[in-house]
Design a protein around this ligand. Structure first.
Ligand SMILES: [Fe+2]
Ligand SMILES: [Fe+2]
Length: 286
């Protein structure tokens, strides 16, 4: 954000125009879906979270669509409307994949949204920031371990790019919105932390639900091991951090970008490094 004052009309015009200009035209049905071998099909079917991903994307489209007519600023409204279209297209992309490869996931009824749709949108936005940051690392790990053919990752990459665009848009939208309301840096930071912790709690709830025994459809342990072999916490955090930086380079440097999660990851990595360096000395002296 070198030349543009955050929260100004020119900031708003800039981040909304960037978002609209980088929209990609594609149809989920005609993407180059590869033919998978029986072994790859079994791996894809063993992934336990397709139901959750499908539901999340359908829910995303519904929240963004419900919030759009409440936005009074026409420039922002046009951009958010486009995001709603893209989220609905993510849901169709996942649906096409479910049908094509016979995955075990169905459309489930969507929950009722609260009357305060703006807060629902903001909760959703911070949730996307958290999911995307962790997703960057998970995606890198899966791709590197050749869990599935590269052609599948190229399709998921289309989705990842759009999610990255969404979080960049969201961070700029929040900065613009909060400054419009005259919120100072301390209150903005406090609010960001509050929303991230809500997003974190939701994610933990999802993970817990995923671990509950589910009508006999146990997660194929051997398949997971294939994916998680050699998993290290430090490696994962490093992947999240590096992939975030790499994916952010695709965006105009004048746009604001998410900084909190990368800073936390950076701090954690420094902590791990210091710990690793001092551990031998601690052991020797004890
Ligand atoms: Fe999405
Ligand atoms: Fe999104």
């Amino acid at each position: 954000m070198s030349n543009i004052e955050a929260g100004s009309d020119s900031h708003r015009d800039f981040f909304c125009k960037q978002f609209i200009d980088t929209h990609q035209v594609f149809d989920p049905d005609t993407l180059p879906w590869p033919t998978l071998s029986d072994e790859d099909l079994a791996k894809l079917r063993a992934v336990p979270f397709w139901q959750e991903v499908y539901h999340t994307e359908r829910r995303a489209g519904a929240i963004v669509d419900a919030f759009t007519p409440r936005i009074t600023d026409p420039v922002v409204r046009e951009a958010v409307q486009l995001q709603g279209f893209e989220e609905a297209r993510h849901a169709s992309l996942i649906r096409v994949m479910i049908e094509r490869y016979g995955l075990d996931a169905q459309a489930q009824p969507l929950e009722r949204f609260p009357d305060d749709l703006e807060t629902a949108f903001i909760d959703f936005g911070f949730g996307e920031c958290l999911d995307a940051f962790l997703g960057f690392g998970a995606f890198k790990t899966a791709r590197q371990s050749r869990f599935l053919p590269e052609a599948m990752f190229e399709i998921f990459d289309v989705l990842m790019f759009e999610e990255t665009r969404h979080i960049v848009f969201f961070i700029n939208y929040m900065a613009w919105r909060e400054r419009q309301r005259g919120l100072g840096p301390a209150r903005r930071m406090f609010k960001t932390l509050r929303f991230y912790s809500r997003a974190g709690m939701r994610l933990m709830g999802m993970v817990r639900r995923g671990q509950e025994p589910n009508d006999g459809r146990d997660f194929a342990v051997t398949q997971t091991n294939l994916f998680l072999d050699g998993f290290s916490f430090r490696g994962f955090v490093e992947d999240c951090y590096r992939e975030n930086a790499r994916r952010m380079r695709a965006f105009d440097p004048d746009l604001m970008q998410p900084t909190l999660l990368p800073s936390i990851a950076d701090l954690a990595l420094r902590g791990i490094n210091v710990w690793d360096k001092t551990r031998p000395y601690l052991r020797r002296s004890s």
